[in-house]
Design a binder for this molecule. Structure first.
Ligand code: F6P
Length: 255
């Protein structure tokens, strides 16, 4: 591929950054699709960037998933961050406890020696139950922190895969697909233009908090997710993206 031979990694970073119009792009050489162990490198680069951006008093929100679990495992620090509070970006979910944001928050806050708050609320609840739960003092306290998020680190999913992973009923999967959803992040499903076409009935970070954070770090590995990321990048340009080289080429192809 001529384009690939001509373009060095740092030029590729600049090109993708410029095309997407986002704050920063950090690339790991290689292709996750060909070599799945690249997930660890992507997570490691993400963890390093994250540590460099932290400031006293920050409120850090983290999402769940396998990428974010790897991110948590990659954090290495001797410093004590006692003025920082780490929270899950939204209600936790599912049967896989390891990949839940609460678990990821606990790993990260342990490594940072920071404060943390958990959010013990299911991913999806009925309207009424939700209203009652968010008045619980402990839950309310965590939600107040989430609202103050200034550093967000999050994973990205393809809309189709996330709808399946969450075991949504087939009519809802159809609905999400028919609305043109391509990407998912923190419970929101986005179409190509970055419009929200579907949202889980959960609590946690809202779009304003997503847009207003000082540091918003998206981490994903794999060209399959490129389209999903492009959609999400439409609504917030203040994003630092950490991904693999192959995904960067895929983004350029799609733009
Ligand atoms: O379910 C939490 C979440 O962060 C989703 O918002 C995202 O789409 C997904 O996990 C990414 O998961 P993975 O890193 O395992 O692909």
């Amino acid at each position: 591929d001529i384009m690939k031979d001509l373009m060095g990694l740092s030029q590729l970073q600049d090109k993708v950054k410029e095309k997407l119009g986002i704050k920063k792009v950090i690339l790991v050489p290689g292709s996750f699709e060909k070599n799945n162990s690249l997930l660890t490198d992507v997570a490691k680069y993400g963890a390093e960037y994250f540590l460099n951006t932290l400031k006293d008093g920050d409120t850090v929100s983290l999402t769940g998933g396998s990428t974010m679990l790897e991110f948590a495992n990659c954090i290495k620090s001797d410093k004590k961050y006692n003025s920082i509070t780490v929270v899950p970006a939204r209600g936790s979910m599912g049967k896989d406890v390891q990949m839940q944001s609460n678990n990821i928050v606990s790993i990260v806050s342990n490594k940072l020696n920071s404060q943390y708050k958990l959010l013990n609320i299911p991913d999806e609840l009925g309207e009424k139950a939700m209203k009652t739960l968010i008045q619980e003092p402990e839950i309310k306290r965590t939600l107040d922190y989430i609202e103050k998020t200034n550093v967000l680190v999050f994973g990205i999913g393809r809309a189709d895969e996330m709808a399946k992973r969450r075991k949504l009923p087939s009519e809802r999967i159809k609905e999400i697909n028919s609305k043109g959803a391509v990407g998912e992040a923190f419970g929101y499903y986005f179409n190509k233009n970055g419009d929200i076409v579907y949202k889980l009935n959960t609590v946690g970070i809202d779009l304003d908090a997503f847009r207003n954070g000082r540091e918003t770090i998206a981490i994903f590995a794999g060209a399959r997710k490129a389209e999903a990321f492009i959609a999400i990048s439409k609504i917030n340009k203040n994003i630092a993206l950490v991904t693999d080289e192959e995904s960067a080429y895929r983004i350029l192809e799609l733009l």
